[in-house]
Ligand binder design. Structure first.
Ligand code: HEC
Ligand code: HEC
Ligand code: HEC
Ligand code: HEC
Length: 177
């Protein structure tokens, strides 16, 4: 009896432990990042993203070009089709269980590049770069861009990191490199 109980306790401890380590970071949406990342003195990252093409990626799936392509390839509605959403929407590319406040309409949002923010978003973690990186924050390199900027895209344009990054850069002038 005792042994069984002990084994049960050990099993539970094991299960809880593995659940915590396999914790899924969730996607919280750009509006949450905006609360802390939209001050002009710190580079207003949210406004820069909002003005650039990534935030408008869902509109492209409703354009004439998309509709013509869809008709030709038997796609009923590109703005609802997983084949297009996988690169045009951060929320649309992930399992619904991982969406915590993010909307499909946000298009390619902060978290496609910086990783899902449900845990790193808290001030105590964010202000410590190492801690943030340990809790899901990504400082993206070329490889992150190439998950979408590749020839699987029906309207692919040759991708050059330096040139493309310059068009979407949103540095914080107060941070030391
Ligand atoms: C509660 C406020 C807060 C929220 C919410 C927040 N951040 Fe931050 N973030 C900070 C602070 C503070 C820093 C540290 C740098 C600084 O002082 O600007 C930081 C740093 C960062 C950095 C790293 C800068 C560097 O070079 O070290 C990135 C990238 C970043 N945040 C992205 C995000 C994203 C994406 C979201 C939303 C998913 C988000 N943050 C939400 C406050 C926040
Ligand atoms: C989740 C997929 C995804 C990732 C990751 C991604 N992009 Fe994009 N990017 C897109 C989509 C989709 C568009 C088209 C937006 C639109 O106009 O509809 C785009 C458009 C752009 C454009 C505008 C291109 C043009 O022809 O005007 C630039 C510049 C760009 N991305 C740079 C980058 C850089 C730099 C990175 C990496 C730091 C990156 N992207 C990561 C999906 C992505
Ligand atoms: C592998 C990622 C990926 C997939 C899959 C993808 N796209 Fe895109 N799409 C992009 C990127 C990245 C851009 C920006 C152009 C560039 O720099 O290559 C883009 C741009 C576009 C544009 C703007 C083109 C222009 O020049 O004006 C349209 C329209 C578009 N995509 C429609 C679609 C449709 C419809 C689907 C689904 C059938 C789709 N895309 C699937 C990544 C993708
Ligand atoms: C297409 C990819 C992409 C998207 C979308 C994106 N970022 Fe970034 N972000 C980057 C890259 C690349 C860097 C530079 C990384 C580096 O310096 O190592 C960066 C840097 C940053 C920094 C640090 C600036 C610094 O000077 O160190 C902050 C803060 C940040 N992003 C916040 C955001 C927020 C908030 C959003 C959404 C509103 C967002 N980013 C959307 C790719 C992206």
């Amino acid at each position: 009896m005792r042994v069984k109980k002990l084994m049960f306790v050990m099993l539970m401890a094991f299960l809880c432990g593995s659940m915590a380590s396999a914790q899924d970071y969730k996607y919280i949406g750009a509006a949450k990042c905006k609360m802390c990342h939209n001050k002009p003195a710190k580079g207003e990252q949210y406004n820069k993203w909002k003005a650039a093409p990534h935030s408008k990626a869902m509109l492209s799936l409703k354009s004439e070009k998309s509709l013509a392509y869809a008709k030709e390839h038997g796609i009923a509605d590109p703005s609802k089709d997983a084949k297009c959403l996988k690169c045009h929407s951060t929320a649309g590319a992930v399992d619904p269980s991982l969406r915590a406040g993010i909307r499909i309409e946000e298009g390619v949002s902060c978290e496609s590049c910086h990783g899902p923010g449900s845990v790193y978003k808290s001030m105590s973690i964010m202000k410590d770069r190492e801690k943030a990186l340990q809790n899901g924050l990504i400082m993206p390199t070329k490889e992150v861009c190439e998950k979408c900027h590749n020839k699987e895209n029906p309207f692919y344009k040759p991708f050059n990191f330096e040139e493309f990054y310059a068009k979407i850069a949103h540095p914080d002038p107060t941070l030391k490199k």
